[in-house]
Design a binder for this molecule. Sequence first.
Ligand code: IDP
Ligand code: MG
Length: 167
Amino acid sequence: MSQAVLILIKPDGLKKSLTGNILTRLSETKLEIVAAKMVRVSKELAEEHYKHLKDKPFFGEIIKYLQGELHDRKKVMALVYWGKDAIKKCRELAGATNPEEAESTSIRGSYGRITTTGVYENVIHVSSNEPEAEREIKLWFNPDEIIVDLYATKDLVLKEITNKVWR
Ligand code: IDP
Ligand code: MG
């Protein structure tokens, strides 16, 4: 069954110039990229993204990590991949959460590490199941940034909203 999955190339992946390698690995899946952008991650976005982990002792550190504060790279690359068994295929390629336990040929096994403060720096995020993927994709993308219709939308007419446009 076709499904969508959110992928984030985290700040360590960008700092280590791994974007090309990671996208090449993900292309093995033959899935389609249906959205992609660079994002400057606010504290609010990071906390919402990881809200299921807010009681964990490492919560504060992973919020700083996703915001790029540990790598002096205040950005992540966000992508949506679409196709058959997208979540399973991408999570398999990513490998286990703990990069030391991840299979050595997986993305996290190849490029991840554990810092001295105990953060699992594992270079990419992959949604873990379909409800999480939907929640995360709606958090990171607006409907018009995705080239296929993934989820139901509605029209919202906004008045007196200031938008930045090219001049
Ligand atoms: P996932 O990214 O494999 O889905 P989650 O449990 O959702 O794993 O955790 C989110 C992120 O938090 C991980 O990717 C990793 O960077 C970090 N993390 C998870 N568990 C630990 C831990 O036990 N110690 C340190 N960092 C962790
Ligand atoms: Mg997760």
